[in-house]
Structures are given as structure tokens and as C-alpha cells.
Design a protein around this ligand. Structure first.
Ligand code: F1P
Length: 352
């Protein structure tokens, strides 16, 4: 519920949409170096890694810089090929995650320019990185990241737009269109939070499930992963997220009348393809919970339940589609009597 303000606070002072300007000291001071990167390598853990996956789409679309995203927890133990022409972006809510810290140290040793996206001012990661940008989300009270995710995406979007403008890979009109669309997001989040009643009813129906599948395409593939992670983290229900097109390569074998499948099917990108994925699930009697764009009719006819989100441009849909999935996990966890702020076995910052 704090996300409208958290997103607003994250772009406030940086995004001057009426003037067509984005001000970000950490990026401005290093604009040439970042924009000339051979590639951007993004590292993070858990939810922060998912934000990195969304950023991969954003950076490649807007700034046309090749991006790779890797779990910091794996990267740190490899012998990765990194050069001085690489820019490494480390994402961390707490700024204290040991795996991410180790990844930063390794990238620095190899000569890369290392940029941090953190929520906590003065945290170890913000001190260890060579430049950075804060998310201004305010403290995450719970262990599972929620507003950290949407604000990380906001920061990375501002950064990608800025680089795209500098490099000329995004047209002036598209640039302005994106700035205006970003400014409209907090209000749209406020509106979609009103769907809470519908989400609570869906939670009531599926609270006793043992498994759940999440599917999404393009910008919403990482959202499928994040939705599944939230359910695992706070409800202890086994959930897996996949790119929607990957379903036919294995997970489809799991689908029967006992399996709820959450499908992000916004009317953007590859909408028709997602509709055909939904038909495949339906023909195998899976239960379909779909996140759709308001006014949708096609998916509504097929799905067992729909949650509507307001319309926005494709690259900003994750800022909206993620929130109903957070709420779904929250309601299920509360109904099962779990402590949503302090899930078992999980630490706020994993420092070992
Ligand atoms: C990474 C993370 C969180 C998760 C949990 C454990 O933390 O995996 O995404 O929700 O809190 O740690 P951070 O590096 O983003 O602080």
C-alpha cells in the first residue's frame, strides 16, 4: 500500500517530465562511461535479481546496450570474463547481502565500473560501489521485498531512459511519452489497489493449494518469477514461475484440475500468444487466475478469475502487474495464519 508514494518518492526531484529531463547524479557523472559499456551485467539475489531481469528488457529496448543478469550468489563463485568496458549494476534492497557484496568485489578486481542500486543510505553496498542511485522506498518492514521491487524498477527505468536519450537510441517523442507514463504510475497503483476485495476472494478459493504455477511473457516473465517467490516466501506454498512459452517444454505435464495457474496476460506485447497459452491450460482443466488490462474481454471469457490493472505502456506494466500478485500471497499467508512480516527461515539481509 505504500507503493504509490514509494514510486513517487523515487522519481521525485529526478524526473522533470514537463522539461523532458531526468537528473541522476550517479549516472550524470558517469554518463559517457556507462553509455559506452560493451555490456551491462546485473547482479542481485531474490527479488533484486528479478528487478534485474526486468531491467534487462528496459536497457536493451531503450539504450540498446547488451545486458546479462546473474544471481550474485552464483556469479561470485565463477571465474567470469569481465573487462574494463563492462558496467556491473548491483541491486540490493538492504545493501548488506553478502553474496552481492562478494560479486561487487570480484567485478571491481576485474576492472569493471560498478554501480549500485540500494534502498539503504550508507549501507555496505552503497559504500563499496563506485557510483549509484538510491530507491527512496523507505524501510521495508517485512522480510520479503515488495516496494523495493517496484522502486528498483523505477530507478533502473530512469537510468535506461537517460542512457537512451544520451545515445540517441530512443526518439525524443518516445522519451517524453515514457516520462509522462512513468509520472502516471503512482495513481494507477492507487487505482489497482482497489481490487483488493477480488484478490481476497481468489486467495480464499486457493489458500489450500499445495502448488501453483505463474506464467508471463516479455516484460512480465520476471513478474511471474517474482509472484511465485512471494508465494513461497510468505505462504510456504510451492510455486514456480516460467516464461509462458516455456510451459510446453515441461511444466505443462503438471497441469490438471488441481493446479492453479496465474497468468499475466496484459493487452500488450505478445497478448495473443498468452491467450493461446491460457487455452492450453484450460483444455487440461487447470484453474486460471489472470492479471489483465482493464476492459479485457478475451481472457475474461477463458479465465476462472481475473484481476484488472490500468492501461500503461508495455515497459511499465511490471510496476502494476506485480502488486496484485504480492497481495494474493499476502492474503493467502494471512488466511493460513503465517507471519507475513517474519517468515520462517528467512533473514532480512542475508549476511553470510
Ligand atoms: C535479497 C533477498 C530479498 C528477499 C529476502 C532475502 O535481499 O533475497 O529479495 O526478499 O529478504 O534477501 P537484498 O539484497 O535485496 O537486500
Amino acid at each position: 500500500y505504500e507503493q504509490p508514494n514509494a514510486i513517487r518518492d523515487t522519481y521525485r526531484g529526478r524526473l522533470l517530465a514537463d522539461k523532458g529531463i531526468i537528473k541522476m547524479a550517479g549516472v550524470d557523472d558517469n554518463l559517457d562511461r556507462i553509455s559506452k559499456a560493451n555490456r551491462i551485467l546485473i547482479v542481485g539475489c531474490g527479488t533484486s535479481w528479478h528487478a534485474g531481469l526486468v531491467a534487462e528488457y528496459i536497457f536493451e529496448d531503450m539504450a540498446r546496450i547488451p545486458v546479462e543478469v546473474e544471481y550474485a550468489s552464483e556469479f561470485r563463485y565463477r571465474n567470469p570474463v569481465i573487462t574494463e568496458n563492462d558496467v556491473v549494476i548491483a541491486i540490493s534492497q538492504s545493501g548488506e547481502t553478502a553474496d552481492t557484496m562478494a560479486a561487487i568485489k570480484l567485478a571491481k578486481e576485474k576492472g569493471a565500473f560498478v554501480f549500485g542500486v540500494c534502498n539503504v543510505v550508507g549501507s555496505s553496498i552503497s559504500r563499496e560501489t563506485m557510483a549509484g542511485a538510491y530507491t527512496h522506498a523507505g524501510p521495508e518492514i517485512g522480510v520479503a521485498s515488495t516496494k523495493a521491487f517496484t522502486t528498483q524498477i523505477t530507478v533502473l527505468t530512469l537510468m535506461a531512459l537517460k542512457l537512451g536519450k544520451y545515445k540517441g537510441t530512443i526518439s525524443a517523442s518516445d522519451f517524453r511519452l515514457h516520462l509522462q507514463a512513468l509520472e502516471a504510475i503512482p495513481q494507477k497503483v492507487e487505482k489497482l489497489l482497489q481490487s483488493d476485495k477480488v484478490i481476497k476472494e481468489i486467495a480464499e478459493t486457493y489458500k489450500n493449494t499445495r502448488n501453483c504455477i505463474y506464467l508471463g511473457r516479455g516484460y512480465n516473465f520476471p513478474v511471474a518469477l517474482e509472484g511465485a517467490l512471494k508465494l513461497k516466501e510468505i505462504s510456504y506454498i510451492h510455486a514456480e514461475g516460467y516464461p509462458a512459452a516455456e510451459m510446453k517444454h515441461g511444466p505443462i505435464a503438471l497441469i490438471d484440475e488441481e493446479m492453479p495457474v496465474v497468468v499475466i496476460a496484459v493487452r500488450k506485447g505478445h497478448y495473443e500468444k498468452v491467450v493461446s497459452n491460457i487455452q492450453e491450460i484450460k483444455s487440461r482443466k487447470g484453474k486460471i487466475i489472470s492479471v489483465v488490462t482493464e476492459g479485457d474481454t478475451e481472457v475474461k471469457e477463458l479465465a476462472d478469475h481475473v484481476i484488472e490493472i490500468p492501461e500503461t505502456i508495455e515497459s511499465f506494466t511490471p510496476l502494476l502487474t506485480t502488486i496484485p500478485l504480492q497481495l494474493l500471497s499476502y492474503h493467502i499467508a494471512v488466511m493460513l495464519g503465517k507471519n507475513v512480516d517474519q517468515p520462517r527461515n528467512l533473514a532480512k539481509s542475508v549476511t553470510v
